[in-house]
Design a protein around this ligand. Structure first.
Ligand code: ZN
Length: 194
């Protein structure tokens, strides 16, 4: 299937999602007309629209030209970026922290922009491995860096609440590009700093 251009994805029809959620409630054995649930379908629809809004964002608009010129080409690191996403297998949350490092070639991205890039890809149905790679590729493309490294530590509710019911396991994924991939010393410096 051809991947849609993210900026061309239209906003979801919240009324239709709400109707589907109402059917889902019935199928689960609930009464969607009872007090506590009357407004739930529309709440779920709005919540899902928010949690998947990354499909309707695009990188250029998110970064919006927020670069700073910098003479140095030292490593820039932003860590402990909070991350909340939904796994594409169960549509259950996974959440954790992301660290991004890159070596600029004269162009530095604003710190808040790095966090927005993380959100743009996290607010979609994801697997942690792809999320990590997409963030790395986006930072590389937008900063023109000589190398980029991204590490994510996350807990998956689909593992904690169901399936193997492992409440305390944490998954770690990393993606390294450019000099972070080819230069062992650069990679080690990154890993020791995060
Ligand atoms: Zn899952």
């Amino acid at each position: 299937m051809k991947k849609k251009n993210s900026s061309s994805v239209k906003a979801p029809d919240e009324k239709r999602i709400a109707a589907l959620v109402k059917e889902l409630l019935v199928e689960l054995g609930e009464d969607p007309e009872r007090d506590g649930l009357v407004k739930t379908p529309m709440r779920v629809a709005k919540s899902l629209a928010f949690l998947t809004r990354g499909y309707r964002q695009n990188l250029k608009a998110v970064v919006n030209g927020a670069y700073f010129k910098s003479g140095t080409n030292h490593m820039v690191i932003l860590k402990d970026i909070e991350l909340y996403s939904l796994c594409e297998h169960h549509m259950l949350p996974f959440y954790g922290k992301c660290a991004i490092g890159y070596i600029s070639q004269g162009k530095v991205l604003g710190v808040s922009k790095l966090a927005r890039i993380v959100d743009m890809f996290a607010r979609r149905l994801q697997i942690q491995e792809r999320l990590t790679e997409e963030i790395a590729n986006a930072v590389m493309a937008e900063s023109g860096a000589e190398g980029v490294g991204v590490v994510i530590h996350a807990r998956h509710l689909c593992m904690a609440m169901r399936g193997v019911e492992k409440q305390n396991s944490e998954m770690t994924t990393s993606a390294v590009l450019g000099s972070f991939r080819t230069d062992e010393k650069v990679r080690q410096e990154f890993l020791s700093l995060i």
